[in-house]
Write a protein of this length. Structure first.
Length: 281
């Protein structure tokens, strides 16, 4: 009997319960935000959001919509807990990261509520493994307040364009400079590494450019060390939305299509490098 068809034991009431026919769909998304050991999980009726932060400068969110799951049930308005992301990934891949052709690891996860562990039931080839992961008190998360009304510039690129950029630019540079403008150079990425300055320009009519909405010229620098974790999501994605607000805060939203053609999103928020003065730009 598939997990999605199994009722919970009599009398058991879970604040959160969900099932997936293929646990790899979840583990690949979680790996895209795995740059710190711990994550905060928030479940609502619309799905699951897994948030990872570092040094109050960068935040990553993996969004797994309820429709991705075969079953997804939240008994409260929202359910939130903190968990070791490293342990969760180890459990999700307990049968290995690559299944035999035609096989997949089925997953059922259950969480009874505050103070209880997250329970994972994983089944592959008739073998069932049960994992219990301790949960923790969630910490307060940064609110980047990136509502659409505060977005100054936004472009949507095919991900291959950004992957090529990261391959060509000098990653010995401490910062990545991003220029977005309604006029030339439109969208420019710059680095300042050991071999000197490097610039990569994308015209607004580039084949890689799917949308271009720039209201004013902005040039901001971001620490490459903060942006590097987002390349995990970039590698999985087919499109990326790049947005900035008036203060130069950066949003990178990656659209990821799984093996079944379902769409999920991973979003990174990054603070601009405050050490750069206007004179240097």
């Amino acid at each position: 009997m598939p997990f999605s068809a199994q009722p919970p034991a009599s009398g058991e009431r879970y604040a959160l319960s969900a099932s997936l026919d293929n646990a790899r769909h979840l583990s690949s998304l979680l790996r895209a935000v795995h740059f710190q050991d711990h994550a905060t999980c928030l479940a609502t009726a619309s799905g699951l959001r897994v948030t990872v932060e570092d040094a109050k400068c960068i935040q990553a969110n993996a969004f797994i919509q309820a429709e991705i799951f075969q079953e997804f049930s939240v008994q409260e308005e929202s359910v939130i807990f903190r968990i070791s992301l490293s342990v969760l990934l180890d459990c999700l891949t307990i049968f290995g990261t690559s299944s035999l052709p035609g096989t997949s690891t089925a997953l059922r996860l259950c969480y009874r509520g505050y103070g209880y562990p997250l329970m994972l039931f994983l089944e592959e080839g008739g073998v069932v493994t049960v994992c219990k992961i301790n949960t923790q008190e969630p910490e307060e998360l940064l609110d980047f307040d990136f509502c659409s009304t505060k977005v100054v510039n936004k472009i949507i690129l095919q991900s291959e364009g950004l992957r090529e950029a990261f391959a060509e630019l000098d990653m010995t540079s401490e910062v990545l400079q991003i220029t977005m403008s309604p006029d030339k150079p439109y969208f420019r990425l710059s680095t300042f590494g050991n071999a000197g300055s490097a610039h990569l320009d994308y015209p607004r009519d580039s084949d890689l450019m799917e949308a271009f909405h720039c209201n004013q010229t902005q040039t901001n620098r971001y620490k490459i060390s903060l942006l590097k974790p987002s390349t995990k999501a970039l590698a999985l994605s087919c499109k990326v939305s790049i947005r900035t607000d008036a203060q130069g805060f950066l949003s990178l939203q990656y659209m990821i299509r799984n093996e079944d053609g379902q769409i999920c999103f991973v979003e990174y928020y990054c603070c601009p490098d405050e050490n750069i003065t206007e004179a240097e730009l």
